[in-house]
Ligand binder design. Structure first.
Ligand code: GLC
Length: 756
């Protein structure tokens, strides 16, 4: 190529970029670049490979890897996933930038779901904090470690509203409520992306999985989602619209079909709604291989047809289906895909790379020194501990057994989960170091005085097997051989802290369960322990709501801790011993039994609503003959060491359909604390039936011991309306219940007539 053209290309592609580019400047540069790209180079940008070898070493002699390496050097690859470290990403980037004709940089993505190496609590736990700033701070920490490790992009946040505890991936999201999920989506995206996406310590977010993935029938992962327009428009989509409004750089589509159309091939979802109605200007990446799965869905004839359907539907980048790289050029040549459609996808992908600053400096994330300084430090662990504390939910505290004294004589710490330094790290753990978490046992030992005797007994065996290959985990047929030691220890200790729940690999992708009660002999051991010690504190460690009615009834105290990350034991001890007053609230309903699933608080009235039909001998009403309707713990539930009372609810209609809501919170205890005041509404009569209640706002307030706080909310039409089946937002005159309280069941209510 002649010297002048090379210079011109270099200027077009990289140009002199001292300052951050405006969107107009990016658009201009992208247009100029696309104008000189060959079709093979354009198709290359839509192609994403998994990093199947260590880029710091030679390409292994393997056709697949050799093809990948050759295509990277030709500029026929747009992005890669699972290429890590400043060194590894630099080597991979050099292959693309220094060998291809235009030197277009790769974008590197990775599943940083709740931390890169310093593990934060799993997302459902973070949602239990209801703490926007805390979740944002955690995501900023994850971004710092990820960016410092050479990676530009995380496949997070997962914002699939989930009503079904059987679904393993409920752990990865923000729970069952659309409004809370929308709030957490904004927090996580703002945390990841910061104020300047070109800062190497901020990373591109990826809102996923678009859409409806969590509504898999029977809670079975990847299963069909058959949802009504009402559920789609009023429950599933709002968090994704919030993600667009928060500036999410990318989206990922989902494996499931919605009402007969696989999301990857859903033009209505991806083009009409996401890119059209919402004006999303980033790019859509397919989920792993989902383009190829259009065949197994029975939606595409062959690979070429799958590529045509997915690309025309708005799936801009192909993650490891290996279809666009082989089919797209021919699809364009045959006219089945317009060149303008290809240009649109390429412009979206290049725009994100410009926003990340990768054209300014393709190696700006590749700094070995910064990686050493910023990843997995005392500071990052402190942040993780602070975030974790706020995610813990106090479910029961009979006779104020908690907080425990640090000078207590003896504590029996019991359960395989209590001794584990690995399980608290959770699933989807990125670069977490195995067995690096502070265990419950260690956290308790760190917290108590030298005089306190802390002894451990495993008690039960939940899982064994090689934890490096999570699929090999076996749920042992525990013969109870650990019972005697545990019971004897409980008998001779002042207090028992029993940790029960799940192995972290019982939740996450591909981990749906038909039984969500405590596995193995956990409950049996609990029943033995309470025979010999009346002070049994249960620490729950789990990723999904569990069916624990017996535990709820018999335990003296229960603390929900989810999988709390690297500092789990310390954060749990902070609450157990009163250094942190628990403030978490459940983002999901805990069912009485799995037969109630899917179970969510914002349900419809039905034509035959009833509570306790069974007790009242009622038959022809909406109930079970063998189970209560309600769960064990409701959405929004969480106790405190403080005592919060609600009074003086005042609801007023103000100008143009706004509603002013005031309530007084009194803390009648001697312990200052944080309370999450929740506001729910019910549109009592509407052209489409509305939930008996739905969360529309919440505020967290600190109330001093013996103090009071007046809390005010202003509800607008946006809070009071709903989408009809034509996806039109409507607000209808009539009676509205306005409810305020400490959870979705314990509510003060006023009914008001509104005209809009
Ligand atoms: C997985 C998951 C998705 C993840 C992607 C890349 O199958 O569904 O959430 O981001 O593949 O690992």
């Amino acid at each position: 190529m002649n010297y002048k053209l090379t210079l011109l290309l270099a200027f077009i592609v990289f140009g002199a970029q001292a300052q951050k580019l405006s969107e107009a400047q990016i658009a201009s540069k992208v247009d100029s670049l696309v104008a000189i790209m060959t079709i093979a180079e354009k198709v290359g940008q839509t192609n994403m490979y998994n990093g199947t070898w260590e880029f710091t070493g030679p390409v292994p002699a393997d056709d697949n890897n050799q093809l990948k390496a050759d295509n990277i050097k030709k500029g026929y690859v747009g992005g890669m996933l699972n290429v890590l470290t400043a060194k590894g990403t630099r080597e991979a980037q050099k292959m693309a930038v220094e060998n291809s004709r235009l030197g277009i940089p790769l974008i590197f993505g990775y599943d940083v779901i709740h931390g890169y190496k310093t593990m934060l609590p799993v997302p459902i736990a973070q949602s239990a904090s209801w703490d926007f700033e805390g979740a944002k701070r955690g995501a900023a920490l994850a971004a710092q470690e990820t960016g410092a490790s050479g990676v530009h992009w995380t496949f997070s946040p997962m914002i699939d509203v989930s009503w079904d505890a059987r679904w393993g991936r409920i752990m990865e999201g923000a729970g069952e409520d659309s409004y809370l999920t929308s709030v957490m989506a904004k927090a996580w995206i703002e945390g990841y992306q910061g104020d300047d996406l070109s800062d190497p310590l901020t990373i591109a977010a990826c809102a996923k999985h678009f859409a409806g993935y969590a509504f898999a029938e029977a809670g079975r992962d990847y299963n069909t989602a058959d949802v009504s327009p009402q559920t789609l428009y009023n429950v599933i989509l709002p968090p994704f619209e919030a993600a667009v409004n928060a500036g999410a750089a990318t989206f990922m589509n989902s494996f499931n079909e919605i009402s007969g159309v696989p999301a990857t091939g859903d033009k209505y979802l991806q083009r009409e709604i996401l890119k059209g109605r919402w004006g999303f200007d980033g790019f859509m990446v397919s989920d792993w291989g989902s383009i190829g799965e259009l065949l197994t869905h029975g939606f595409a004839e062959d690979s070429a047809h799958a590529g045509e359907l997915a690309f025309n539907a708005g799936s801009d980048m192909d993650m490891e289906a290996r279809i666009y790289e082989f089919e797209l050029e021919q699809l364009v040549a045959s006219g089945k895909v317009d060149m303008s459609t290809l240009d649109d996808a390429v412009k979206r992908i290049l725009s994100v790379k410009y926003r990340l600053g990768l054209f300014e400096d393709p190696y700006k994330y590749c700094d070995d020194k910064r990686e050493k300084e910023l990843v997995y430090t005392a500071e990052t662990k402190k942040i993780a501990r602070d975030v974790a504390k706020s995610t813990l939910v106090l479910l029961k505290n009979e006779n104020n057994l908690l907080p425990l004294s640090k000078n207590i004589k003896s504590i029996a710490v019991i359960g395989q989960l209590a001794g584990s330094k690995d399980i608290p790290l959770g699933n989807w753990r990125a670069q977490a170091i195995a067995n690096s978490a502070v265990s419950v046992e260690e956290g308790i030992k760190n917290a108590v005085s030298k005089k306190t005797k802390v002894q451990f007994a495993q008690g039960y065996t939940l899982t064994t097997g090689n934890r490096d290959f999570v699929h090999e985990l076996t749920f042992e047929d525990d013969q109870g051989e650990g019972f005697e030691e545990a019971i004897n220890l409980a008998r001779t200790s002042e207090v028992v802290v029993l940790t029960v729940g799940e192995d972290c690999y019982q939740t996450g992708e591909g981990r749906s369960q038909a039984d969500i009660s405590l596995k193995g002999k956990q409950l049996e051991l609990f029943n033995e322990l309470i025979k010999v010690n009346k002070n049994v504190v249960v620490v729950l460690m789990n990723g999904r709501p569990l069916a624990i009615p017996e535990l709820a009834e018999k335990a003296s105290a229960i603390l929900e801790t989810w999988f709390s990350g690297s500092e789990a034991g310390n954060a749990i001890a902070d609450v157990l011993f009163g250094d942190y007053n628990p403030s978490g609230k459940l983002p999901v309903t805990f069912p009485d039994n799995v037969g109630q699933e899917p179970l969510h608080y914002d349900r419809k009235s039905t034509g035959r609503p009833v509570t306790n039909a069974f007790d009242n001998g009622l038959v022809f009403w909406s109930h079970y003959t063998d189970s209560p309707n309600e769960g064990t713990y409701p959405f929004g539930f969480g106790l405190s060491y403080s005592e919060f009372n609600y009074s003086d609810l005042n609801v007023q209609s103000v100008e143009n359909g706004k509603v002013k809501v005031e309530v007084l919170i009194s803390n009648t205890s001697k312990t200052p604390g944080k309370e999450t005041v929740q506001v729910y509404i019910r549109d009592r009569v509407a052209s489409l039936t509305q939930p008996i209640k739905r969360l529309v706002d919440f505020k967290q307030v600190e109330v001093a011991a013996g103090g009071q706080q007046k809390v005010t909310f202003e509800l607008t039409k946006e809070d009071l309306g709903f989408y009809n089946n034509q996806y039109e937002f409507v607000v209808e005159d009539g009676a509205f219940d306005i409810m305020v309280g400490t959870n979705s069941m314990d509510l003060m209510k006023e009914t008001i007539n509104l005209t809009f």
